[in-house]
Design a protein around this ligand. Structure first.
Ligand code: UDP
Ligand code: MG
Length: 318
């Protein structure tokens, strides 16, 4: 067994066989050239391509590149959580994406801040080389979320960050379902430092985030970190009650002093449908919180491991 490294790099991988070789090249260079002792934890998130095979080959021959294999696709956030659970570094964990959009070499820019006493050094995306619509929606979402959330979810930051081991241990202890790592990381507090960088384009392959997955992530961020939607319903209800009372008194006044109550069948129908819709929306929003309570109470494990290869030793989970 090697002594524990200073730094672990945790990388979730889902069907990344196209970029895999280049990823390993870059990591190997980093490991060789760095003065820090580094070990990598790759997490296969139920890939259906060659990713798992390639991971197995590299991990069996390279004791510094460990591999965890999940039993199916659990999603990036869970894959990262699995990696964090297996971290054994003495100082910190670097989380990066597997598609090289987050250059692992930035470790050397982040590390000095860790030494200065920051527990979390996170990357801020200065420029995104992605489609206009995607960039707009991301920007809007993060600004909205940071306005309404209970913790400062830092604007334009993802999971790319260097996190001290004490914070990693705290994250590992947090029992919440529907993990939203960037939110949890910011919630823990301590000294946190943002470092700007230009986010590269994905080196090869396509984004593994379908619109559905992206929405799920956005909902995790919103409903797990904010009670704004529920409060919004209550405030909106008060507003509507105010408006309807005003209207009621207006009609009564008109009937007694001016005569002739307005007939408004269409308006009536419109209002009924409108409020039917609003009520359903309100129930739906409430439902979002109930779903989360439901999953929390069920308390299923976050992920299931199929196999691990740690320090080149393969262990099948029985
Ligand atoms: N990923 C994962 N499980 C998933 C989806 C994505 O482990 O269900 C990994 C993916 O392999 C990559 C990282 O998460 O290493 C970021 O995904 P991607 O680059 O597709 O997201 P984007 O950069 O487009 O937001
Ligand atoms: Mg990407």
């Amino acid at each position: 067994m090697l002594p524990a490294p200073k730094i672990n790099i945790v990388i979730p991988l889902y069907n990344e066989s196209l970029v895999f070789d280049e990823l390993i090249n870059r990591l190997q260079k980093l490991i060789d050239q760095s003065e820090l002792s580094i070990e990598v934890i790759l997490v296969d998130d139920g890939s259906s391509d060659e990713t798992a095979l390639k991971m197995r080959v590299i991990s069996l021959s390279n004791p510094k590149i460990h591999s965890l294999f999940l039993s199916k696709n659990f999603g990036q956030q869970i894959a990262i959580s699995a990696g964090l659970k297996h971290a054994n570094a003495t100082e910190a964990v670097l989380i990066i994406d597997g598609d090289l959009q987050d250059p692992p070499e930035l470790l050397h820019d982040f590390y000095p801040y860790l030494k200065e006493g920051f527990d979390v050094v996170y990357a801020i995306r200065k420029k995104r080389k992605e489609s206009f619509i995607k960039v707009f929606l991301y920007k809007f979402f993060y600004r909205f979320l940071s306005k309404v959330s209970e913790s400062d979810i830092f604007i334009d930051s993802g999971d790319f960050s260097l996190i001290s081991m004490r914070v990693v241990r705290i994250l590992n202890e947090m029992p919440e379902k529907g993990k939203f790592i960037r939110g949890m990381r910011s919630w823990v507090g301590f000294q946190q430092k943002g470092v700007e960088y230009e986010r590269e384009e994905r080196l090869l392959g396509k984004s593994k985030y379908s619109t559905k997955k992206l929405l799920k992530l956005a909902f995790s961020g919103l409903f797990n970190f904010s009670d704004f939607p529920i409060k919004f319903i209550a405030r909106f209800a008060l507003f509507i009650i105010g408006v309807s009372l005003t209207y009621f008194f207006y009609v009564v006044f008109k009937k007694f002093f001016m005569g002739g109550v307005p007939d408004g069948f269409t308006a009536l129908l419109f209002m009924i449908i409108l409020f039917g819709g609003i009520q359903l929306l309100a129930i739906g929003l409430l439902g979002q919180y109930i779903i989360r309570v439901f999953f929390q109470v069920k308390n299923r494990p976050d992920y299931i491991l199929k196999e691990t290869i740690v320090s080149s030793v393969a262990v099948k989970i029985e």
